[in-house]
Design a binder for this molecule. Structure first.
Ligand code: UDP
Ligand code: MN
Length: 234
């Protein structure tokens, strides 16, 4: 079973993003979708969408701490943490993966991550100045990382670039509120070494997931719209 953890928050793009992702997940066997709202209540719109997919799901909510405002705050952390707690309390085996609501995933990724014994890694497209973030492989082992922002990280990888076998979700496993270091600190909290990492996607030579971003929708100017409508010929 793959546990696909998606943090999400309300904005005009939320339902379109989740519709697209949900329609990808509907092609995947043995998948359980954990949708984690960053609000104090689970959104009814999101719940209706989840029900319509017919997928097994868990819908939880965990509001982000009010201190995190502005642009450079740890995004989707309280909700991912809540998903981790739910997994630890309810699931003994399977593979977990952090899949944001706006990413684009090739169906082959699911066949790949299902094989994760401990921690697997693979490239993510459309990241930073290099356009990609990927482990570098030598003799079938991860020896370094190609990422335009090393940021003094031990594991400079994107959130979408790794999967973890739930057996290795230790009691100390958590994600700190540390903007830019969420992935690294989560992987460090698992106590893994470079040698433990299983490279997937043909020795990390293929991109099977992209960090796509949607242009933010501008609020329409309703006054102008109404004027235009009133000018339509009768
Ligand atoms: N997110 C969230 N709360 C927020 C901002 C983002 O739960 O206040 C979620 C968002 O829905 C996405 C993930 O966290 O699944 C990453 O956020 P975003 O895509 O905005 O960040 P980026 O990919 O640009 O780093
Ligand atoms: Mn994103």
């Amino acid at each position: 079973m793959i546990y696909y953890i998606t943090p999400t928050y309300p904005r005009p793009e939320q339902i379109p993003e989740l519709t697209r992702l949900g329609h990808t997940l509907m092609h995947v066997p043995r998948i359980h979708w954990i949708i984690a709202d960053d609000q104090s209540l689970c959104s009814t719109n999101v719940l209706n969408l989840l029900r319509r997919t017919g997928l097994p799901f868990t819908h939880i909510s965990s509001p982000k701490p009010y201190v995190y405002k502005g642009t450079n705050f740890p995004r989707g952390v309280s909700n991912r943490r809540a998903a981790l707690v739910w997994l630890r309390e309810n699931v003994r085996e399977g593979v977990m993966y952090f899949g944001d609501d706006d990413n684009t995933v090739d169906l082959q990724l699911f066949d790949e991550i299902r094989r994760t014994k401990k921690v697997s890694m693979f490239p993510v497209g459309l990241i930073g100045d290099y356009g990609i973030s990927a482990p570098i492989i030598k003799d079938g082992k991860v020896v370094a990382f190609f990422d335009s922002w090393p940021g003094s990280r031990t594991f400079p990888v994107d959130m979408a670039g790794f999967a973890v076998n739930i057996e290795f979700l230790t009691p100390t496993a958590t994600m700190p509120y540390s903007a830019g270091h969420e992935e690294d600190k989560f992987l460090m909290s698992l106590g893994i070494k470079l040698d433990d990492i299983e490279p997937l996607a043909d020795n990390c030579s293929k991109v099977l997931v992209w960090h796509t971003k949607t242009v933010k929708f501008k609020k329409p100017n309703l006054k102008i719209d109404i004027e235009r409508i009133s000018k339509l010929p009768k």
